[in-house]
Design a protein around this ligand. Structure first.
Ligand code: COA
Length: 370
């Protein structure tokens, strides 16, 4: 093929518009909006359940709607005995994301609407998935620790997550902080996991298959796995004074610095100011301001050295650690929030479906004979 005839190609689909969506707008200058609501306002003010409803329905719920939604989430929370059996049958040393992916696949077997694609069936499946991802994450964690699951169905999801780790009532401020984190993670347009979910949904596969696909894509360190690795990095650095040398050494080796850079945000991630505020608040409450100081110093050095800015995961990692959430659960927790966005996208895709099937630019040998 001559250079002139080569079709346009963008590695990593950088800048490519791969579909239409009304759910969320990620704009490098105007920031992040869910159905038009700015994340800075939405995330700290509105409970995650309301945000999840917004993503599924396009409007914030009224009092009766949110009451009904909370009831349905609570009814969906308990796990069937067979599901607990599945979790108990898995190896104790299985990674949390592998366990979550396997568990969500098994959950399909416990959903009476499986195989139905109409909007109402997809809505019912969305409620079960949003509720049960948190249930399987915390139950799976307890089982891996050799303990029985504790699922308090009546708590809102952030509270259910924290209570489910140790069966103790979390303080109100911890629940509020985690609730805000759930909101920040709930949705982000055509990120890798959501796009993967839409590709699967576009074949008219079931919503569970789409969510399993999304969990697989989320796991990698360039996407959702970054927050766990960011915590490992912060622990290794240990103090703000060591950050500059640490970063320069890594950059000299051409290593990626976890929690920095973004495909869309080139002048800073619009979710970071809220997350940074949470790190300042939580650090002050528990008397550990060093994590914020390290992050700020990393931010300064990375901007100077590479012109790159922190993304949400850099600041999320220490907040989750200070909330006493094991860092192995950072990415599963991300999934527990993002599932609201995944389900909204699967419905949007299947409501206006055309199979997603792009082309590749062939670079193999010319036609030849055997
Ligand atoms: N550390 C060091 N260098 C980085 C970097 C990072 N975190 N992120 C990007 N770069 C470099 C790239 O290697 C590239 O360098 P080059 O021009 O010398 O090849 C340059 O910056 C531009 O990269 P860009 O095109 O903006 O990255 P991308 O859009 O292909 O990838 C990410 C985006 C998020 C995958 C990438 O920034 C990354 O790997 N970040 C770390 C993982 C992470 O935090 N993921 C969570 C995302 S919310």
């Amino acid at each position: 093929m001559s250079e002139a005839n080569k079709p346009a190609y963008s590695p990593g689909l950088d800048g490519v518009i791969a579909g239409e969506s009304a759910i969320c707008c990620v704009d490098a200058t105007e920031g992040l909006r869910y159905y038009g609501y700015g994340i800075e306002e939405l995330a700290p003010k509105i409970p995650f359940e309301d945000v999840a409803w917004l993503l599924l329905h396009g409007e914030l719920p009224d009092e009766a709607q949110i009451k009904q939604f909370a009831k349905e989430l609570a009814e969906s929370a308990p796990l069937a005995g067979g599901m607990i059996g599945v979790l108990k049958s898995l190896p104790r040393n299985m990674r949390a994301m592998d366990q979550l992916r396997t568990a969500v696949s098994a959950l399909a077997g416990f959903d009476p609407d499986i195989g139905k694609f109409d909007h109402e069936a997809n809505l019912r499946k969305s409620v079960r998935l949003i509720s049960r991802l948190t249930s399987v994450t915390i139950a799976g964690w307890r089982i891996r620790q050799g303990q029985e699951p504790v699922i308090d169905a009546n708590r809102p999801l952030a509270g259910r997550f924290l209570f489910g780790l140790n069966g103790k009532g979390p303080e109100e401020w911890r629940v509020r902080v985690l609730d805000t984190i759930f909101n920040l993670y709930a949705e982000h347009e055509f990120n890798a996991s959501t796009f993967a979910a839409r590709v699967t949904a576009s074949t008219l596969a079931d919503m569970y298959s789409a969510v399993v696909t999304a969990i697989g894509a989320l796991e990698g360190p360039l996407h959702g796995g970054a927050n766990e690795q960011a915590m490992t990095m912060l622990r290794e650095i240990g103090s703000p004074g060591k950050a500059e040398t640490w970063v320069k050494n890594r950059l000299a080796k051409k290593d990626k610095i976890m929690g920095f850079g973004h495909r869309v945000y080139k002048k800073g991630d619009s979710r970071v100011p809220v997350m940074r505020g949470l790190l300042a608040e939580v650090g002050k409450r528990v008397g550990q301001m060093n994590w914020l100081e390290i992050c700020l110093e990393l931010d300064r050095v990375m901007e100077k050295e590479k012109g790159l800015f922190a993304n949400l995961d850099l600041y999320a990692a220490p907040v989750l650690m200070l909330l006493e959430i094991p860092s192995e659960l950072n990415t599963p927790l991300f999934a527990c929030a993002r599932v609201a966005g995944w389900c909204a996208h699967v419905m949007e895709q299947q409501d206006h479906n055309r199979i997603i099937r792009p082309r590749s630019l062939y670079t193999g040998p010319k036609t030849r004979e055997i």
